[in-house]
Design a protein around this ligand. Structure first.
Ligand code: SAH
Length: 253
């Protein structure tokens, strides 16, 4: 059996920087405008990289991880805009299903159908999904993420409690910043929890190469007219702390 080597992709450089500082025997390889950091954490081999933003960028990065670095599984963390009314800023979404909301080759294919794969959504493999849910539930359940924030930060984001939700995530090359965009998405994908720009692309590549993957997203904004302000504040103040803790927790398996 192939030695385990985890590919860790972050959609925010801030999240990745913290993880890079944990690497033993760290090496840096620059290729295709990305910096790949190899090393070990808790004696597990990892390769850490900032995915850059959007479907093409993230698909390219994960492909490179698979081909050049021989990674055997993928963990992706980042932030996302909430679509479901039940989600608040700071909640964590773990994707069990991923859809490319901007993929539409009708009338030659069904809406969202991935050409040649003949499917409209991708499901994260059960084993990696279940173990991730268990670990993140524990992390959030004992309050260790919220405890990282000052009372001022908690107040700013109305972050008094935090939950983990498992469900569908939609990805596309679009930043959602209005209620109209949200309504339009819900009209075509009523079960979507949150929206982002990379997850389903990474999932497609992993599916095609048969690599287990899990996509974890912290809600940074509620994808409405205030999303740019919330997003920027959240990313600079909170996302990097959460992303770092999440990855650290997941590596300890
Ligand atoms: N910080 C960058 C932009 C990042 S793009 C800049 O200012 O130039 C936005 C990132 O956040 C992507 O990784 C995307 O997956 C995620 N995201 C967070 N909220 C989102 C929203 N409302 N709509 C789409 N993507 C969102």
């Amino acid at each position: 059996m192939k030695e385990k080597r985890i590919g860790i992709l972050g959609a925010m450089p801030e999240e990745i920087n913290g993880v890079v500082s944990l690497l033993k025997d760290k090496k840096e390889i620059v290729k295709g405008m990305r910096t790949y950091y190899t090393g070990t954490i808790n004696n597990i081999e990892v390769v850490v990289v900032f995915s850059r933003w959007g479907k093409v960028a993230s698909a390219t990065t994960v492909t490179h991880l698979i081909i050049e670095f021989g990674i055997t599984e993928v963990v992706f963390t980042g932030v996302a805009g909430a679509i479901s009314q039940d989600l608040n800023i700071g909640d964590i979404v773990i994707a069990n299903s991923l859809v490319q909301h901007d993929l539409d080759a009708r009338p030659i294919m069904k809406r969202f159908e991935i050409p040649l794969l003949g499917i409209t959504e991708l499901f994260s493999p059960k084993e990696i999904l279940d173990s991730t849910i268990e670990k993140i539930d524990e992390l959030v359940g004992n309050g260790s993420l919220i405890d990282l924030l000052s009372s001022k930060q908690r107040e700013l984001f109305s972050l008094t409690s935090q939950k983990v939700v498992v469900g569908q995530v939609a990805s596309g090359d679009q930043f959602f910043s209005s209620n109209i965009e949200k309504e339009n998405l819900l009209a075509i994908l009523p079960d979507v929890l949150c929206v982002e720009m990379e997850g389903a692309a990474v999932a497609q590549v992993c599916f095609e190469y048969d690599i287990p993957y899990v996509i974890i997203r912290t809600i940074s904004d509620v994808a409405n007219e205030n999303s740019v302000v919330d997003f920027n504040e959240f990313v600079s103040q909170v996302a990097s702390k959460f992303g770092f803790e999440i990855i650290q927790k997941l590596i300890k398996w």
